[in-house]
Design a protein around this ligand. Structure first.
Ligand code: ZN
Length: 193
């Protein structure tokens, strides 16, 4: 007897691909595959196009590593931003959270991989842009404290002020999970380190 599943190669390939998305389990993948491949083919084609466009067009800003569709992101190329403040974040998505608070008008630096961070390039950029204050927008964990100390140490000969976001940021959770008011307060009442 032939297996029912075996005859549905394309459908199963879609389910298996969707299952690889973080937080998507087998049941959700099956539901999504049914919606996109059977029930709402128009949405399926639209999403396929969006994914293709995003893959081709989205890259990283050459200064701050944030998501960008140009050489420099919108923030780095915005002349009204205060270049004297540079906010370090761990992920590009943290910028969305901080921008939503509307409490910060400086520039950012996305620290994705500490080992790959080119400090010489960063130092040059800091001097070129006239950065005076480094703000760490990390959630308080032991590992993140270590990262802050490491960066501070590497940049110590540049006469910069260092601060980190303050109260209201619980330990061990991502910035995107903090409510806007708490994050606003944490940015305003950042503490010198
Ligand atoms: Zn940028």
């Amino acid at each position: 007897m032939h297996s029912y599943k075996k005859g549905l190669k394309s459908f199963n390939a879609l389910v298996e691909a969707l299952e690889q998305i973080p937080t998507i389990g087998k049941k959700s993948a099956l539901k999504m595959a049914y919606t996109l491949g059977v029930e709402n083919k128009f949405l399926g084609i639209k999403i396929a196009h969006c994914i293709e466009n995003a893959i081709h067009n989205v890259r990283k800003c050459s200064f701050c590593n944030a998501l960008s569709e140009n050489e420099l992101c919108e923030i780095c190329s915005d002349t009204s931003r205060d270049n004297s403040q540079l906010c370090f974040v761990l992920h590009s998505r943290d910028i969305f959270s901080i921008e939503e608070t509307k409490e910060y008008n400086g520039i950012y630096y996305v620290l994705e991989n500490l080992e790959e961070l080119d400090f010489e390039k960063l130092k040059k950029a800091i001097m070129q842009r006239g950065v005076k204050e480094i703000i760490f927008a990390f959630t308080p964990t032991l590992a993140n404290e270590g990262i802050m100390l490491f960066i501070e140490d590497k940049l110590q000969n540049l006469s910069l002020h260092f601060s980190k976001i303050a109260q209201g940021v619980p330990t061990g959770i991502g910035l995107e999970n903090i409510d806007q008011l708490s994050l606003s307060r944490a940015i305003i009442s950042r503490i010198k380190i």
